[in-house]
Write a protein that binds this ligand. Sequence first.
Ligand SMILES: [Zn+2]
Ligand SMILES: [Zn+2]
Length: 172
Amino acid sequence: MSDTKENLVCPACGNTMTKIYDEEKGINIDICLDGCGGILFDNRELDKFDENIENADTILKEIKNKTFQEVDSTATRICPACNTPMVKMGAGIAGVEIDYCNVCGAKFLDNGELENIRNGIKADISNIDNIINNLYQDNLKDIIGDKNYNSVIKNSPRRQFFENLVNSYLKK
Ligand SMILES: [Zn+2]
Ligand SMILES: [Zn+2]
């Protein structure tokens, strides 16, 4: 689907959404600036903003430090682009569920979810090895004769114990 031309009605609060043009990426994003702060991304547009290294300043500066209307994020939303009921979908980050339109591919994020997705991805990928190594070094390396693995702790079979533990917590 290409960018919609006319202003859309927010699927969460019913207010008219504002089009924000992102020059760098050449696309319009619909944001509910006068209502709940929700953001609608057309098909695949979210992929351009969902990682911390990607520039999302155009969007973030619009919503930063603003207070938005509270909405029920569990309610079923109707896609404002094609009128289809949207489905809830995990975003790969603990506790974040977004609304997805199976027909046109639009994704609706409640206020705060974009920041959570961007920060969550960063934490998961860049810090997970450090968390595991620290747990291992704090708890096991001296008491069970693992000193030989100090230089290459990834080789320790006992480190695997912490890797499994962390994975079962963080990658649910
Ligand atoms: Zn809204
Ligand atoms: Zn749709």
